[in-house]
Write a protein that binds this ligand. Structure first.
Ligand code: UT7
Length: 334
């Protein structure tokens, strides 16, 4: 049976470290508020004077993942690029990444699932691999939030949360009788709450797609109903974890490590409590990077592998919820 296995991972963070105290100098917030409400201590933002996009961060992460997998770019059958902050409105950043990797006609697919880009991306890669349409897939999640945030007290609820960064994963179809690789996935969306976290403009609903009035109102900045997202995450994450474990024929006792999306430490602590998990069974790194949306789980996974927190035979549960709303979960065995 063909199974989708991870052959290499990589991460790349921009070099500008931004602490909570740095942010507190730009708007009415404090280190204490940010740590207490989110668990974030710092994040990385791209330098203001550097002309780089998410595809550039993604390319750096991809090169590291390719090296660990022992692949050359030519080995890639399909690129899947997840981002809510693409280089261009269109075409997708996957095409830009393809060119940066020195490739000529390799297919590149962009997905717009925000914080759940990892789940939708890996489930798509798994479907391509198991159906025989591709055997080696490069998944990249990359974001540059810092250039699209309202860096003022008006935007403080959102601006303090998000960080820039990229993570990459090389996935390969392997014939094996062992129950390894992607064991199950579960995906959901609820468009009813699409306006609870969004960037509205430029918008093709309006003519013109953006104007001075919209800019004055800050409609080109992300808007978030934090409490609504928080409540939905606390409800949906245990629910989807149960669903994916059922699909895999496992229980929480079979899971060696949970790697959740890093949106808010309190959300992950609520999940931990709901599932009755010991501290060492859940991984968090939001303190260092903030919320890097589509890059958050790939970055966490790369750290977990690098620090040997998981090894052969270990089973990992990934979970997350974000804009859309979208949410999902994946069970993976090394
Ligand atoms: O991955 C993307 C998905 N997004 C999420 O998962 C976000 C989920 N939600 C959250 O993480 C939290 O709701 C936030 C961190 C965004 C906000 O935390 P909260 O505990 O829900 O705070 P709140 O929105 O209820 O605001 C409490 C107070 C308000 O002041 P008043 O009305 O009580 O006077 C806010 O104006 O905190 C104020 N506030 C701030 N104060 C200092 C909001 N942002 C800030 C800030 N610094 N940055």
């Amino acid at each position: 049976m063909k199974r989708t296995v991870i052959q290499g991972t990589g991460r790349h963070l921009p070099k500008r470290l931004v602490t909570n105290d740095d942010i507190s100098r730009l708007m009415d917030t404090s280190d204490e508020w940010i740590i207490q409400r989110t668990g974030i201590e710092q994040r990385y933002w791209v330098p203001e004077d550097e002309n780089i996009g998410p595809s550039d961060l993604g390319a750096e992460a991809a090169k590291k993942a390719l090296e660990k997998a022992g692949w050359t770019p030519e080995d890639i059958d399909l690129i899947i690029f997840a981002s809510l902050s693409p280089d261009l409105f269109f075409p997708g950043s996957g095409c830009l990444l393809q060119h940066l990797l020195g490739l000529h006609t390799t297919p590149a697919l962009d997905i717009r699932q925000q914080c759940t880009g990892f789940f939708y991306g890996i489930a798509t890669a798994d479907a391509f691999i198991r159906s025989g349409q591709a055997n080696r897939v490069l998944f990249v999640g990359a974001e540059i939030h810092s250039r699209g945030l309202d860096i003022s007290s008006r935007g403080r609820d959102v601006a303090v949360i998000f960080g820039d960064g990229a993570g990459a994963i090389c996935l390969e179809g392997v014939e094996t009788d062992e129950p390894v690789g992607v064991l199950a996935s579960a995906l959901h969306s609820q468009g009813e709450f699409s306006h609870s976290l969004m960037i509205e403009a430029p918008t093709f609903r309006c003519a013109p797609s953006i104007n001075e009035e919209m800019i004055k109102e800050g409609r080109h900045y992300p808007k978030m109903d934090g409490r609504l997202i928080f409540k939905n995450a606390v409800r949906r994450l245990p629910e989807v974890a149960g669903e994916v474990l059922d699909k895999a024929g496992l229980t929480m006792n079979d899971i060696d490590l949970v790697i959740p999306h890093q949106a808010n430490l309190r959300i992950n602590q609520a999940f931990q409590k709901a599932m009755n998990l010991e501290d060492e069974k859940i991984f968090n790194n939001i303190n260092k990077y903030g919320n890097t949306t589509a890059a958050s789980i790939p970055i966490a996974l790369d750290e977990v592998i690098e620090n040997k927190k998981v090894g052969r035979g270990d089973t990992v549960l990934f979970i997350g919820l974000g804009a859309g709303l979208t949410w999902g979960s994946i069970v993976y065995r090394f």
